[in-house]
Design a protein around this ligand. Structure first.
Ligand SMILES: Nc1ncnc2c1ncn2[C@@H]1O[C@H](COP(=O)(O)OP(=O)(O)OP(=O)(O)O)[C@@H](O)[C@H]1O
Ligand SMILES: [Mg+2]
Length: 316
């Protein structure tokens, strides 16, 4: 087959290392785009960048796992490539596939040309051989549909690759991912071996709905993001809801932290705290009265049993 090779080169050290010369520089750059980082999170980001290792971020919903990858892209200026995982995700959706409809269209348009070629064939075997000789034209760059993993490998500039919610993908996909994460190299039979020019900064996230393989964890640095401490949550509210009254911010964070200690079906996340804070600002509140709390609790809790429990326990 007439395979066209795409040039490859050795992976180089990440230029992002110079952007984050210390753990403190991660916290500062992230804070500048309103992402509040614990020291543990800033250290994990610093090390993944310096040592070029993927970072696996695990934790409950809404604690800033996806946002961390977005902010990493924002602060480095790298393009963010996102692979959203789901049950049944396979290589063709994650790595590449051939653009079948385009191939078909070209075959239709080249019908006459192909007819001429095959007309000279004296046997079926010869016709097949002649067709095979032309197949390279249809399995070539213009018909390739690169998906996020291949896009990351072929990117001329370094990128942030977010593999979001890996726990939703099947274990077979996780095994395939291991290979990609080990050497950032893939072989496409028709095109040859492609290797990343620059290792992407890889962030994997998981809600821990199932445990991930030891092999995957071994290849990654690990960060568990939990619900924030009161001080961190207050800082997030201040940064993300500008103009909020100081007293209101302190009261609502204190309330959310108290509610999280209850045995709820769905513990409120930072997203809910922020939605609630923004709603209270829109309502013109400068403090959290009992009436206001009772009237807006449904912004924080989105489950009937949880609402009942909090009304009983926290508003009694
Ligand atoms: N440390 C933080 N600093 C600032 N904002 C934050 C922080 N953590 C979370 N947020 C806010 O919370 C929102 C939810 O975060 P994100 O979508 O990253 O959660 P997640 O952990 O990926 O949740 P899920 O598991 O449901 O996907 C973000 O849009 C962001 O505004
Ligand atoms: Mg997410």
């Amino acid at each position: 087959m007439d395979a066209k090779k795409i040039p490859v080169s050795e992976a180089e050290s990440s230029p992002a290392a110079a952007l984050f010369p210390s753990v403190a520089s991660v916290s500062e750059r992230f804070a500048a785009v309103h992402y509040v980082c614990s020291r543990e999170a800033a250290t994990a980001v610093y090390l993944m960048v310096q040592l070029q290792r993927p970072l696996l971020v695990e934790g409950p919903p809404g604690v800033g796992k996806t946002e961390l990858a977005k902010v990493l892209a924002q602060t480095t200026g790298y393009e963010l490539l996102r692979l959203q995982c789901y049950e049944g995700l396979d290589e063709s959706k994650a790595l590449y596939e051939w653009e079948y409809s385009k191939q078909l269209l070209y075959v239709q348009m080249l019908k006459d040309k192909l007819g001429e070629l095959l007309a000279q064939a004296t046997s079926l075997e010869e016709a097949v051989r002649r067709l095979q000789q032309q197949a390279g034209a249809f399995f070539s760059e213009p018909f390739l549909l690169p998906r996020p993993l291949l896009q990351a490998i072929r990117a001329p500039q370094p990128v942030v690759l977010l593999i979001d919610e890996i726990d939703r993908a099947d274990q077979e996909f996780e095994a395939f991912l291991l290979e990609v994460l080990s050497d950032f190299q893939v072989t496409i039979p028709e095109l040859g071996t492609l290797r990343a020019r620059q290792r992407p900064l890889v962030v994997l996230t998981s809600n821990a709905t199932r445990s991930l393989s030891e092999a995957l964890k071994r290849r990654c640095f690990y960060l568990y993001l939990d619900h924030p401490t009161p001080a961190v949550e207050l800082e997030i509210v201040r940064r993300k809801v500008p103009g909020i009254d100081e007293r209101l911010a302190a009261q609502l964070v204190q309330f959310v932290q108290r509610v999280r200690r209850l045995a709820l079906r769905k513990t409120p996340s930072i997203s809910e705290t922020l939605d609630w804070a923004r709603a209270l600002v829109v309502l013109g509140a400068d403090s959290l009265s009992r009436e206001l709390l009772a009237a807006t609790l449904n912004l924080l809790l989105k489950d009937k049993a949880d609402l009942d429990l909090v009304r009983r326990e926290a508003l009694a």
